[in-house]
Write a protein that binds this ligand. Structure first.
Ligand code: NDP
Ligand SMILES: O=C(O)C1=N[C@H](C(=O)O)C[C@H](O)C1
Length: 278
């Protein structure tokens, strides 16, 4: 243990499913100090972040929709270590949230999915110019990193692969950020998958899923009762090799989130993917 002051943390999307988990995890970490809880949801304004997250004691941190004033306040606390903002909001707002945080010198740890490759490149350039660390992590669970590593290994031996991602039906974006990243990792090995054997016709649009890089198809399922699940299915004559990851509780993401908060302070640019900081 060092005597350094705890890292100031702001949680954006604090009233959401992930935000509430992050509030719990951050408030229980002795080296982190929850300084702000941002959420635009009108019904939660002014509520105590701890009570909303299901803690027995209030944290005396009210939910507010005032992102910029909060960034300015934390940035102004010069005697403290640099601040970190954890973002689990919405694909429509995450780009602006990250730019604002970097402009204030607050380090973003981003779980929100749905950023386009162009937006990620732009944010990377912005972080580089500002010499500010930023982590964008489509999936914070260790199980998914291990699945992706196994998939990359298998992709060297199989030429046919499809991805199925299954999520709760409140998810805004499809396909999932994790499925897109998984396809990117497979594509990076430098071959094209799924050579066509026949000319296919989709009798219903979308029947064959979305086409990601290098011929890889992604199928998205949305149902109540699901949390977050992904299968990567490899096929070859006479055999099928299936990798599957299931999430049963959002607490599975918290070790990765806490690691990212601590690591982002050591970075001077944008890094994409949990596997890069393990
Ligand atoms: N990287 C990872 O490991 C994981 C990533 N995710 C991703 O995280 C994101 C959030 O997921 P989840 O928690 O399930 O979603 P929720 O909808 O449960 O929570 C999002 C919260 O953010 C609020 N919000 C929306 N826009 C803004 C904004 N501009 N500023 C502040 N708050 C805002 C929402 O309010 P309101 O409801 O009023 O709009 C809501 O309270 C998604 O993109 C999801 O894919 C999820 C799980 C794991
Ligand atoms: O919305 C979710 O729930 C999740 N979103 C992330 C994604 O889009 O990959 C991560 C995980 O799948 C849960």
């Amino acid at each position: 243990m060092t005597n350094q002051a705890p890292i100031p943390v702001i949680v954006n999307g604090a009233a959401g499913k992930m935000g509430r988990e992050v509030i719990k995890a951050v408030s229980q970490a002795p080296d982190l100090n929850l300084m702000g809880a941002i959420d635009t949801s009108p019904e939660h304004q002014g509520k105590d972040a701890g009570e909303l997250a299901g803690l027995t004691e209030p944290l005396e941190v009210p939910i507010t929709n005032q992102l910029e004033p909060m960034l300015g306040y934390v940035a102004g606390e010069r005697q403290l270590p640099p601040g970190v903002i954890v973002d689990f909001t919405h694909p429509d707002s995450v780009y602006d949230n990250i730019r604002s945080a970097i402009a204030y010198g607050i380090r973003p740890v981003v779980g929100t999915t749905g950023l386009s490759p162009e937006q990620i490149q732009d944010l990377s350039d912005f972080a580089e110019k500002a010499s500010t660390g930023c982590l964008i992590i489509p999936n914070f669970s260790i199980g998914m990193v291990l699945l992706q590593q196994a998939a990359v290994t298998a992709s060297q031996y199989f030429d046919h692969v499809e991805i199925i991602e299954l999520h709760h039906n409140q998810k805004a974006d499809a396909p999932s950020g994790t499925a897109i990243q998984t396809a990117q990792l497979l594509a990076e090995i430098g071959k094209t998958f799924n050579p066509a054997l026949v000319e296919e016709t989709e009798k219903l649009a979308g029947a064959r899923g979305s086409l990601a890089e290098e011929g890889i198809r992604i199928h998205s399922v949305r149902l109540p009762g699901l949390i977050a699940h992904q299968e990567v299915i490899f096929g070859a004559p006479g055999q099928i090799y299936t990798l599957r990851h299931d999430t049963s509780d959002r607490s599975c993401y918290m070790p990765g989130v806490l690691l990212a908060i601590r690591k982002v302070l050591q970075l001077k640019s944008l890094v994409y993917g949990l596997e890069k900081i393990l």
